[in-house]
Design a protein around this ligand. Structure first.
Ligand SMILES: Nc1ncnc2c1ncn2[C@@H]1O[C@H](COP(=O)(O)OP(=O)(O)OP(=O)(O)O)[C@@H](O)[C@H]1O
Length: 774
């Protein structure tokens, strides 16, 4: 046995041949198991007659023999365990053994005689031959089609996954990737991989184009194969999403595809690429309209969002009031709030009440929140509605719907208005699988929808949200267009503002500045390109500590230490940096702050991953949306407990994080969903605000420093802002406009709606169908 295994590439690797005694733990969803085996053969020097193995398996049957490849590790509690990287079910390699195996109870209807004929005809590799191509059984005398099919099916079931694992390992794929592949293609995995590896690029997460190229080369698939060209066309579009694009201009797309394909070296003319773009267009796998190339999902999100906006703004506002009635209502609110609205603010309230959709925009401290409250209040008075949710019954829903893209922004809205506010995902009933409970057939309930921090909303989410808005709802969009655009594709707020289709009011007058805030003043100086070295002078709520690059982390540590010594709550202090990996990057700063305020101690449990050590008491940030647990990208929490495997019913190590009164348990394999949050990226801080903010700014960050990034960072701070590093790097940074223009066609499409006053229903639909352009 050992000799044969050495021939199929397993030589020099640690292996154990063993019979499964029993499963100790099985996670069926993850295909993860821990089991005890009886050792039959191994090249490891161990004295134990049985061993505990763990890893990813399709299933392990007690009594069956397997060949495992992996390595021993010492578990601090359970002792020696064998971590399996590859495995396969043991198939006897002698003629007699193989006949006994095929005629065993595992395979219904195969007796010794037929099994003998199979082995005689197909040899010792009978099993893999059948698994590769079941038609080899056609020549076996006495084996009818039905039984042959059954045998191949049973073998697939018993051997399929292992067979695929072994085969895939030949291409360098590990168990985890094999498991993903098997889930999608089952027993077709190998044939697809070897005839059209480019399919994997689309279907298997994490399977890159270059990987597919390697497999193609090994299988002599020509580099100018149409499938390769098509995969490159889609891959480039998928990649462009990361830069926020909704489409790529045809010329740019062709150029990038040609580069990826190494067109000249592989004899691929541009015409051949164009041909495949046309093919993909016909197959609806991409959409090419005039000189733009889209992925269908993005094209339909953009055109869908446009038609939804068009649908909503065409409706009439039911309740209109006269100017004098409005003055009266606003006057009473001013009295109640003890303030007097500025001219722009008054206009915003008036315009919002009169519009189906309105955008309220402005920098920090211009009174956006104050105006939102004014609009809600005035709307309630105008329509004689109570602002107390308890006054409403189940069939009479609360008319004010407040939402924001992040949990923290929604929480702030709730605090500032005193009304319920939820994330957009929660409002729409996201189930975590790209579908929402709320859509055009099951729309939202309520009369006035207020969406805050709209600059963070990408085109996909905007479309999902707007399709769920009923005709009789009024919509107030609030956002600051000078902030960073959404992480996802599009620049919806900027495009809406530029289109001129939706009325908007821009608040320019700064109110908080009047209270003496340097932070707000600095934000507006950055926004209006008026910030110079003099703007960085020390004030009561602002300081820029000049220091050389190599000292910046030490300076941060000193400030943090002083703040904590003074009793500042870690939640109230936030370090923001633009880069993860650098000497003064987010990872390094996190490490240092953790050492300072939450060091290793017998009182604190910890769990180590490859990159970091998490400890109870650590401040962490959620990195992905996890709607099933009610936590979203950007939520910040604290590790409250760490459990070992035998301390909970799930039998897995768990790290428990408390996010705003909500506890979420992370298993070890999910720990990459969180990271330390003593320092976070400026991008991740969008939608959040903190009393004390420290921002290192050094020349080493140069390629990241942009006006909108620094503006976003500065505007996260409410009370005390400390910058440290190099003032000139800061001044240079704010002079850099973000030139990485996103390719979006929303503005253009919205403007077309303005230009076509009365499109016929059908014509309009036709116009939005991409296939009419072919
Ligand atoms: N018309 C006004 N008269 C007096 N004070 C005002 C007026 N408008 C706003 N303010 C005050 O200015 C401060 C900033 O207002 P508000 O919080 O509404 O601005 P914002 O645009 O939402 O700011 P941010 O984006 O920074 O949260 C608040 O203290 C608010 O009470």
């Amino acid at each position: 046995m050992a000799v044969e295994e050495r021939q199929d590439g397993m030589q020099h690797k640690s292996y154990i041949k063993g019979e499964l005694v029993h499963n100790i733990f099985v996670n069926e969803d993850e295909h993860f198991s821990i089991a005890r085996i009886k050792v039959l053969d191994t090249n490891e020097s161990i004295s134990e007659s049985d061993v505990v193995i763990k890893g990813y398996f399709s299933r392990l049957d007690p009594g069956e023999t397997y060949l495992f490849e992996g390595e021993f590790e010492q578990h601090k509690k359970f002792g020696l365990q064998y971590q399996v990287n590859h495995y396969k079910r043991f198939v006897p390699d002698t003629e007699d053994g193989l006949i006994a195996y095929l005629s065993s109870d595992l395979f219904y209807g195969i007796g010794k005689k037929i099994a003998g004929r199979i082995v005689e005809e197909l040899g010792e590799n009978a099993v893999s031959k059948i698994l590769n191509d079941a038609r080899v059984l056609d020549s076996i005398q006495g084996l009818n089609k039905e039984k042959a099919d059954q045998l191949s099916k049973d073998l697939q079931e018993h051997q399929g996954f292992e067979h695929i694992v072994v085969h895939l390992s030949g291409y360098g794929f590990g168990l985890k990737m094999a498991q993903k592949i098997y889930k999608v293609y089952k027993d077709e995995a190998i044939s697809i991989l070897e005839t059209d590896p480019y399919q994997y690029v689309f279907d298997i997460e994490g399977f890159g184009f270059q990987r597919a190229d390697e497999v193609a080369r090994q299988n002599n698939i020509p580099m100018n194969h149409p499938s390769r060209i098509q995969a490159a066309c889609i891959y480039i579009l998928q990649h462009s999403i990361q830069e926020g694009h909704v489409y790529l201009p045809l010329e740019k797309h062709l150029f990038q595809v040609d580069q990826l394909l190494n067109g000249r070296a592989n004899g691929i003319e541009v015409d051949a690429i164009t041909e495949q773009i046309i093919e993909l267009n016909h197959a609806k796998k991409l959409i090419n309209i005039e000189s733009k190339v889209y992925l269908p999902a993005l094209y339909y999100s953009e055109s869908g969002f446009c038609s939804q906006i068009d649908r909503i703004i065409k409706q009439d506002v039911k309740e209109q009031i006269t100017a004098s009635e409005l003055m009266k209502i606003v006057g009473s609110i001013e009295e109640e709030e003890a303030l007097s609205y500025g001219r722009e603010q008054y206009e915003a309230i008036e315009q919002a009440l009169a519009s189906k959709v309105m955008i309220l925009t402005g920098g920090p401290g211009t009174g956006k929140t104050t105006v939102i409250k004014g609009i809600i209040n005035a709307y309630a008075q105008m329509n004689q509605l109570s602002l107390d949710p308890d006054d409403y019954k189940k069939d009479d829903p609360f008319p004010f719907v407040l939402t924001a893209p992040t949990g923290r922004a929604a929480k702030r809205m709730k605090e500032s208005t005193g009304l319920p506010a939820v994330t957009i995902h929660r409002l729409l009933g996201w189930n975590g699988h790209e579908t929402f409970e709320k859509d055009e057939d099951n729309q939202l309930e309520g009369k006035l929808l207020v969406i805050d921090e709209f600059s963070m909303v990408d085109i996909w989410l905007a479309n999902q949200l707007f399709r769920a808005i009923p005709n009789d709802m009024q919509v107030l969009i609030v956002g600051d267009e000078d902030q960073l655009p959404s992480v996802g594709p599009g620049q919806v707020l900027a495009d809406l503002l530029k289109s001129g289709l939706v009325p908007y009011v821009q608040l320019n007058e700064v109110y908080r500045q009047k209270e003496g805030s340097k932070i707000i003043q600095l934000a507006h100086e950055i926004k209006n390109n008026q910030c110079g070295l003099d703007s960085l002078n020390k004030e009561s709520d602002f300081n820029f500590i000049d220091c050389p690059e190599y000292q910046v982390v030490d300076v941060i540590m000193q400030i943090v230490k002083r703040a904590y010594d003074k009793g500042v709550d870690p939640k109230d202090l936030q370090v923001l940096a633009p880069m993860y990996r650098s000497k003064a990057g987010i990872h390094r700063i996190n490490e240092e702050i953790q050492k300072l305020i939450n060091p290793k101690s017998p009182q604190r449990r910890e769990v180590r991953t490859k990159e970091v050590t998490f400890r109870t008491g650590d401040k962490v940030i959620q990195l992905v949306n996890q709607p099933e647990d009610g936590v979203f990208n950007g939520d910040i929490g604290e590790i409250t407990a760490i459990f070992e495997e035998d301390e909970n019913s799930d039998q897995t190590e768990q790290v428990v994080v408390l996010f705003d009164e909500k506890e979420v348990a992370f298993e070890r394999k999910d720990l990459n969903n969180i990271m330390h949050a003593y320092c976070t990226s400026i991008h991740k801080s969008q939608g959040s605000e903190f009393p004390i903010v420290i921002i290192p700014v050094i020349q080493g960050y140069r390629r990241m420093l942009r006006k909108n990034l620094l503006y976003t960072a500065v505007t996260r701070c409410k009370k005390s802002l400390i910058l440290c590093g190099n003032k000139r790097a800061f001044i240079q940074g704010i002079k850099e406009e973000d030139t990485s223009n996103r390719f979006t066609s929303l503005e253009e499409q919205l403007q077309q709606l303005l230009e076509i006053p009365q499109p016929e229903e059908e014509e309009e639909e036709e116009e939005l169908s991409p296939y009419d352009f072919l």
